[in-house]
Design a protein around this ligand. Structure first.
Ligand code: URA
Length: 284
């Protein structure tokens, strides 16, 4: 599948516009993901703390930091033994996680298992800590990700970074970020069921190695693909589900939030719920 330069350009222009609109929102509207005082005090949010006073002063939020000191022992990580369609290289529990993750990547190889291979520039496997307590799941690489070989590096990625840093207090390097499919679909269409199925053993292999304590799913497409359901994100966001024993929260996709900034508040609330569970499970 060849690339279409005019379409790529149109996508870049659309991304730039979204980024500019988001920057304007951030500067003028004090939206939820900038942790403005009114949102920090929203129902379900913890008492206003240091971040609220930072926002109240109008200053740029502090750099990522774990907001609560380590007080409790972390809960055991979920056991993933017995997963059926696992990439076999993930199974050798004797080896350290980074090496097992490399082996899953090696088993994926120069993948030609589905038609997405024909249009991609490169495989976008995942990025972050192989021992992360939180895994973030998107749908598929877009233009920027295909170019750079890393998930969530375009405008949606910048929004995701703010979600992680400003709400969860986590740097990108502290979590692991991946997509349901590892290759960019042509014209950024949604991945097809057979494409999701082809990638599933590698997704499960990654999750089995990382053994996250919690996961965050971004947007309807990833939600439907992960849970094999027709339901959408609007009805399911903010709720816990389990994927292979791992508590999994779903919320809006950051690209959607760039288009619909009014829904940042709901996302902020979902992330607060996730943060509480994360802190319970990690003892942090
Ligand atoms: N959107 C996704 O779902 N994943 C990416 O990696 C980038 C944008």
């Amino acid at each position: 599948m060849g690339s279409d330069p005019a379409r790529e350009l149109a996508e870049l222009v659309a991304d730039a516009r979204a980024l500019a609109e988001d920057a304007r929102d951030r500067g003028v509207l004090h939206e939820a993901l900038d942790a403005s005082p009114e949102v920090t005090e929203a129902p379900g949010a913890p008492p206003a703390g240091a971040r609220a006073s930072t926002a109240a002063s109008g200053a740029t939020p502090a750099p990522p930091a774990r907001s609560t000191p380590q007080t409790k022992a972390p809960a055991p990580r979920p056991a993933h033994a017995g997963w059926s369609a696992l990439a076999s290289s993930a199974r050798d529990a004797e080896l350290p996680a980074p090496l097992r993750l490399e082996r899953v990547r090696g088993e994926l190889g120069d993948c030609r298992r589905c038609a997405l291979a024909r249009g991609r520039k490169q495989i976008v496997f995942g990025v972050g800590s192989p021992q992360a307590d939180l895994v973030v799941i998107g749908e598929a690489p877009g233009y920027h990700e295909d170019q750079q070989g890393e998930p969530f590096v375009g405008p949606a990625g910048q929004m995701l970074d703010r979600m992680l840093e400003n709400v969860l207090g986590l740097a990108r390097s502290q979590v692991y970020i991946l997509n349901m499919v590892k290759c960019r679909p042509p014209r950024n269409r949604n991945p097809l069921p057979e494409e999701v199925s082809s990638c599933r053993p590698f997704l499960d292999g990654q999750l089995s190695v990382i053994a996250p304590r919690v996961m965050l799913v971004l947007g309807s497409v990833a939600f439907r693909a992960l849970f094999d359901t027709q339901q959408g994100i609007k009805r399911n966001r903010g709720r816990w589900r389990e994927y292979r024993g791992v508590p999994t929260m779903s919320t809006f996709h950051p690209a959607y939030l760039l288009r619909q900034p009014q829904d940042k508040r709901l996302t902020f609330e979902d992330l607060q719920v996730l943060k509480r569970r994360y802190e319970e499970l990690t003892g942090g």
